[in-house]
Design a binder for this molecule. Sequence first.
Ligand code: HEC
Length: 228
Amino acid sequence: MKILLKTLSIVSVFIISFNASAAGGGVNLDHADTDITDEASLQRGAKSFMNNCSGCHSIELMRYNRIAKDLNINEADMAKNLMFNAEKTGSKIFSSMPVDGANKWFGTTPPDLSLTARAKGTDWIYTYLRGFYADDTRPYGVNNHVLKNASMPDALWQSKQDKSELEFNREVRDITNFLDYVSEPVKLIRYEIGVKVLGFLFILFILSYLMKKEYWKDVKYGKWRAKD
Ligand code: HEC
């Protein structure tokens, strides 16, 4: 029992410190509150990402037709409205930015965003995208609360001007949700399987319990056991 308690406390300390270190180094992160099962949100997020971000950022681990299939987007619509940097729906999602140009313009290459949601967390992305503020000392006139001196311009600046705060937050949430899905596309399937497995285990538990009762009946009141 003591060992169990010790192990539990060590594990919980580990989990707490891991969460703290994932939380973006001292900046208070807002809750992204995304829902990967919300298909409409993922569709809006995909559209917004292709329009605002794919010029600079690639998602190299993802193909257009996989997104179309997972998010129930018609492939023809996808090719017409969402593919700016590719000819085939089977292509991976590369950005249209030449590497040497990127280095010249931003001092760095815009990172691939395939796994960013797993590396930094959805709260980080959500807060980062909403965290730009005017700063004349920076090349693009903006700085960022979450990533100090970020070399990325405020890509959603126009949206922020045109939309109400509520709508803007929703757009950022949709993009974040989309990046969360992209970082682990099987999550959608895994959730579904998870529910089925838990259901199966629950039924198995009831059956095993009934069987255990049946077996122990013999042990407790067994005909074969000598009465004392
Ligand atoms: C004009 C080019 C450009 C556009 C457009 C752009 N970004 Fe960026 N982004 C960058 C650059 C450059 C960096 C690297 C910043 C740094 O490290 O200082 C970056 C960094 C990021 C990061 C941090 C990644 C990490 O691991 O540090 C995220 C997340 C991100 N961008 C998301 C987006 C999203 C979402 C959009 C669309 C709404 C977008 N970006 C549009 C250029 C761009």
